[in-house]
Design a binder for this molecule. Structure first.
Ligand code: 48H
Ligand code: FE2
Length: 250
């Protein structure tokens, strides 16, 4: 006979074991979109202790819908090797343009990230940063439903040597520093220009404040670089660059 209470105990004990295991991290990644997940993968492969915190129920960020809901994404020559690394299939459309199924991209990356040892906490929103002695040293987390219902409930804290803002267009995590006057300005992304947007996403992937890296669209927003539309190579290359830089410093 199946006992309901044992099902409950299995979930509670297993979940809280994971949460306790991830309270002290090398890298806390905020946002399970393409750039955050790719960063997590390379960090974990490089031996770092890393977890991703995602406010939504679903992971994948902007991958699922491709462009306008046409669920395909385009990847350029420079980033094709990342699709190969993950074992994602693609078709060559024209020289230098490869097209992949958005659902395969989201599910395959997520699966490889989890199997590389990354714990993804979904339904947890990062609502602030820990900043001590002019360095980001952790994240402040809360249940997404608490934010949605507007309840006044205090958060918990996770310690991390590095935090990555992979929250996409809004650069929500870097915004916390702007609000405190710790950085001067977040110009926001510029109008569409795929070629420049893709190049600059990678260039703008950097430590914006001691202990805080930005990747993907957040990197563009923080630096005022153009958006690029439904081409995802820059997101992948940005995640990999942040991982490599952080690994060299850990
Ligand atoms: C926890 C949070 C919080 C928070 C947000 O938007 P994303 O897919 O991010 P990127 O930068 O990896 O990829 C961008 C890409 O999807 C895209 O939009 C492109 C290429 N656009 C081009 C264009 O021209 O429009 O994912 C960000 C994730 C999401 O899942 C959010 O739910 C999550 O971050 N998130 N998670 N705490 N405070 N804020
Ligand atoms: Fe977008």
């Amino acid at each position: 006979m199946l006992r309901d209470v044992i099902i409950s105990r299995a979930i509670i004990e297993s979940y809280f074991k994971d949460l306790l295991n991830n309270l002290e991290l090398d890298v806390a990644i905020v946002g399970a979109g393409p750039s955050g997940m790719v960063a997590a993968y390379y960090l974990a492969k490089g031996g770092a202790k890393v977890a991703i915190f995602e406010k939504k129920l679903s992971i994948g960020g902007g991958i699922w819908g491709g462009a306008m809901g046409f669920n395909k994404i385009v990847v350029q020559e420079e980033a094709k090797e990342i699709l190969d690394e993950f074992g994602i299939r693609y078709e060559k459309f024209e020289e230098g343009y490869y097209v992949a199924d958005a659902i395969e991209v989201a599910t395959t990356i997520a699966s490889k990230v989890v199997k590389a040892g990354v714990k993804i906490f979904n339904m947890i929103e990062v609502e602030d940063l820990v900043v001590k002695n002019n360095r980001v040293s952790g994240i402040v987390i809360n249940w997404t439903p608490i934010h949605m219902t507007g309840l006044h409930v205090d958060p918990l804290t996770v310690e991390a040597k590095y935090v990555i803002d992979s929250t996409g267009h809004g650069a929500q995590i870097t915004q916390f520093l702007l609000k405190r006057g710790l950085i001067e300005r977040i110009p926001g992304e510029g109008p569409m220009w795929a070629d420049q947007g893709e190049k600059l996403t990678v260039e703008n992937t950097r430590e914006v404040y001691p202990g805080l890296y930005v990747t993907g669209m957040a990197a563009n927003a923080v630096s005022g670089a153009p958006r690029m539309g439904p081409i995802f190579g820059g997101m992948f290359l940005s995640g990999r660059k942040a991982a490599q830089e952080i690994l060299s410093k850990l």
